[in-house]
Design a protein. Structure first.
Length: 216
């Protein structure tokens, strides 16, 4: 693990999920050991950078043998905090919300959509997968009952701030905002804005600057 008081660069933390996904795929293929070069081939991250990143958290791997896939995956899960299950609330059961609820990657990493909220009367009381859909007015009660502290917001932009306020008041500490609205939250509540359109526009700028997409 990282030494007490040491600061791990943000870039290292951002790359850990890529390493974990790679290792979990190898586990499914029953691969026992993997070299940093093989991880590089699978993730697109330089092998030397992979080795430097992992050194922040201790000694991994055996020279000439590589990393034990199962052991390293377990260590990274512990570092990221995904070695235990986490319950998530999803607000918005439309097209985007439904896709998020059905995404197998969440379950693969121990995230459970434990509560879903939507104000559409046609959806309330029905189930999305195995999870019951509640009216947003029940956010406080349901989140408290399930002990939920993470939530995903997939509502229309004009409802985003109101939804974040409700979630924060109910005790949610981590909110992923999948709308185009920029929202704020009280101290102690972390909000990550992740609108897919904004991400694509951000990426498109760099592709155009490198002349990798047509300008006309």
């Amino acid at each position: 693990m990282a030494t007490k008081g040491s600061a791990v660069p943000e870039g290292v933390i951002e790359r850990l999920p890529a390493y974990l996904n790679c290792l979990m795929d190898l586990e499914e293929e029953r691969v026992a050991t993997v070299s940093s070069q093989r991880m590089s081939d699978l993730t697109g991250i330089n092998a030397a950078e992979i080795r430097r990143d992992l050194v922040h958290f201790g000694s991994f791997g055996i020279k000439g043998v590589g990393y034990d896939v199962k052991s390293l995956a377990g260590r990274i899960q512990k570092i990221l905090g995904s070695d235990k299950p986490h319950r998530i609330a999803l607000v918005g059961a439309g097209n985007l919300g439904s896709a998020i609820a059905k995404y197998d990657g969440l379950r693969k990493h121990g995230f459970e959509i434990a509560a879903i909220f939507d104000k559409d009367p046609a959806r309330i009381g029905k189930r999305l997968g195995a999870t019951l859909i509640h009216h947003p007015k029940e956010i406080d009660q349901v989140i408290g009952h399930h002990g939920i502290y993470m939530a995903i917001v997939a509502v229309p932009p004009d409802a985003a701030q109101r939804t974040v306020d409700q979630l924060a008041a109910a005790g949610v500490k981590v909110i992923l905002n999948y709308t185009s609205a920029r929202v704020t939250a009280p101290d102690g509540v972390q909000v990550h804005n992740s609108d897919p359109v904004n991400e694509l526009l951000y990426t498109l700028y760099y592709l155009r600057s490198r002349k990798q997409v047509p300008e006309g």
